[in-house]
Design a binder for this molecule. Structure first.
Ligand code: AGP
Length: 607
């Protein structure tokens, strides 16, 4: 939530800040702002709305200042407005500060500062920070930042500049990501790596409690105790092209089409021999007989992948698995102990609730495994073991390729931990089928576009839709419904098909769209009975099934999507494709801002 950028160097800061913010807009996009020091004057420009509004505003001015900060906001405290947009300033108007995160004790600090005579001009929690820095500032900005941050509770990455010293930026990280980019005679700051890639691949990822002081000639990273740190510079090998749309109208569609490749990439090493190679989980395998319980904890789409992970791991290992939404996990006092394995799943690796769940598990001395996309993210660094899902940069708020690779990672894990027997199949046969999946995803993409457009034409006119399935298909239905809600704003409910008759069937009316998943052989006839109950009440059913069941299913549904044949446990890997495309085209027909749906952000770093 919220993206921050900073620049100090020989070039004009404004275009660099704007370019960086464009790459971070996925983190929040309700308002944006920049501050630049221009001839020892602090110039601030802010604008409610998407970055484009600020960009247009700035195109009328020609700033030359070569030090500045930028911010793109996802509102937490105070509605989106020019006043609440960052950067924020102190009473004297000399300091400008940007912030990502939440200051939990801001009200108390604000009351005290007001008593001391400070006046506030926004409704944000952030503004207290710049006033605190002002209060402690007596010539040394780093010292003032250190004193101010010592009083803050919550999560925050901040950066601050002082118009009287146009040669310095000071930034601090606590529980919100912050990365320093090192260029040739210039330095950058950003909440995420893509904002730095056009300029440098040499980065330092700051840890909690660390402060960085950027000067024109050098930088200093200062540890929590005030000690100077000598941190390793990391080289980022990401492909910058990933951050472009490559001719697709939206990142989401591009990312859907990248799925065969990212899946191949993830499967390549583990499947190169006759047995699955996953050295990342060797330590877990060594202690597997001691594991009494597995917990999977995540949010949103990642949580949905965990539901499928549970089914696979229980089948494979015989160990009971519980799945929790990360925001609920630690508040229900889960019975975790040394013999628990806690798997946290996250695309961004920065989701606040998931990170808190991981830390809770570590406090309870459980073994932890992160299934994460973003290398170097906090969860990736803090989990005991790490399985990177290698989906590459995912920019669209709606997660697609990361979800698919989370499912793939769970399949690999289950096959590895199951030691050759999962769902009654021999490992060899399953490995063969798994190797085929990327090509089958490709085939499904080709097959689906036309029929999905037709189905989306139908669904786009409805305010409500249902997604039903049983077993693995129910977990997939939950993800299908979330995708549709998130980007098309159509209310969608996912139900275990057998549960409909216990109340929800009352909502089935003439013509209402119902997406029914029928990919599991053992549940096929049960699902067909449930579909008959729906159709008898007027529901219009879109079925998704494997080729081999198509002749049986065709007459039971109004519209049929066929995915290629595979083992039932792998069917969600293919079944997700029509669901993703269905939500995409429905949202497109409704003219929704697909990559940046209202009220949401890609990386949810607040609880
Ligand atoms: C996915 O489409 C959603 N935008 C959202 O549910 C997401 O999966 C969730 O916020 C978790 O994010 P993470 O994977 O980065 O932890």
């Amino acid at each position: 939530m919220c993206g921050i950028v900073g620049y100090i160097g020989p070039k004009g800061a404004v275009p660099i800040l704007l370019e960086g913010l464009k790459k971070l807009e996925y983190r929040g996009y309700d308002s944006a702002g920049i501050a630049v020091i221009e001839d020892k004057n602090l110039e601030l420009r802010k604008a409610e709305g998407k970055l484009k509004v600020l960009d247009d505003k700035l195109s009328l001015e020609k700033f030359k200042g070569n030090i500045g900060l930028g911010h793109t906001r996802w509102a937490t405290h105070g509605r989106p407005s020019d006043e609440n947009a960052h950067p924020h300033q102190d009473c004297g108007g000399k300091l400008a500060l940007v912030h990502n995160g939440i200051i939990e004790n801001f009200q108390e600090i604000k009351r005290n500062l007001e008593k001391e005579g400070h006046t506030f001009s926004s409704e944000t929690d952030t503004e207290v920070v710049v006033h605190l820095v002002e209060k402690f500032f007596s010539g040394n900005l780093s010292e003032a930042v250190q004193k101010a941050t010592a009083l803050l509770e919550g999560s925050y990455a901040i950066a601050v500049i002082n118009q009287e010293n146009p040669d310095q930026i000071v930034a601090y990280r606590q529980d919100s990501p912050l990365i320093l980019g090192i260029g040739e005679g210039e330095y950058y700051l950003a909440s995420d790596i893509p904002a730095l890639l056009p300029y440098t691949r040499r980065v330092i990822i700051l840890e909690d409690g660390e402060m960085v002081e950027l000067n024109r000639e050098n930088y200093r990273v200062i540890g929590p105790g005030g000690e100077l740190l000598n941190k390793e510079i990391e080289e980022i090998d990401w492909d910058l092209e990933m951050a472009e749309k490559k001719g697709f109208p939206h990142y989401m569609l591009k990312e859907i089409h990248e799925q065969p490749d990212v899946m191949r990439q993830l499967l390549e090493k583990p499947l190169r021999g006759s047995e699955i190679e996953l050295p990342e989980i060797d330590a877990i395998l060594k202690s597997q007989e001691k594991i009494e319980k597995i917990f999977i904890v995540a949010c949103g789409t990642a949580y949905h992948s965990g539901l499928i992970g549970k089914a696979l791991l229980e089948k494979a290992t015989g160990i009971p698995v519980e799945v929790d939404m990360a925001s609920e996990f630690r508040y229900r006092s889960p019975l975790i102990g040394e013999n628990s394995l806690v798997i946290v799943v996250s695309q961004s690796g920065e989701t606040a609730d998931t990170l808190a769940a991981l830390r809770h598990a570590r406090d309870k001395r459980a073994k932890t495994l992160g299934i994460v996309n973003v290398q170097g993210s906090t969860i990736a660094r803090e989990a005991d073991q790490l399985l990177l899902i290698e989906a590459g940069l995912e920019i669209a708020v709606a997660s697609t390729k990361a979800y698919l690779n989370m499912l793939t990672a769970f399949n690999l894990l289950a096959l590895k931990m199951g030691d050759g027997d999962i769902a009654g199949n021999e490992n060899g046969e399953l490995l063969h089928l798994l190797r085929e999946i990327p090509a089958q995803v490709e085939k499904t993409l080709l097959r689906m576009e036309k029929p999905v457009r037709k189905a989306a034409e139908y669904i786009k006119n409805w305010d409500n839709a249902f997604f039903v399935g049983r077993g693995l298909d129910f977990s997939l239905a939950l993800e299908g419904a979330l995708k549709l809600k998130e980007i098309s704003y159509i209310h969608a409910e996912a139900y275990a098909a057998g549960e409909l008759k216990h109340g929800t069937l009352a909502l089935i009316e003439e013509g209402i769209p119902v997406v029914a998943l029928l990919t599991q052989e053992s549940l096929l006839e049960k699902m067909i009975s449930n579909i008959q109950e729906i159709r008898a009440r007027g529901g219009y059913v879109f079925g998704i099934t494997q080729d081999r069941f198509a002749s049986r299913v065709a007459e039971e549904v109004d519209f049929l999507f066929k995915i290629p044949n595979t083992a039932d446990i792998f069917a969600p890997l293919l079944g997700t494709v029509p669901l993703q495309l269905l939500s995409y085209f429905t949202a497109d027909f409704r003219d929704c801002p697909i990559d940046q749906p209202r009220n949401l952000a890609k990386s949810v770093t607040v609880e």
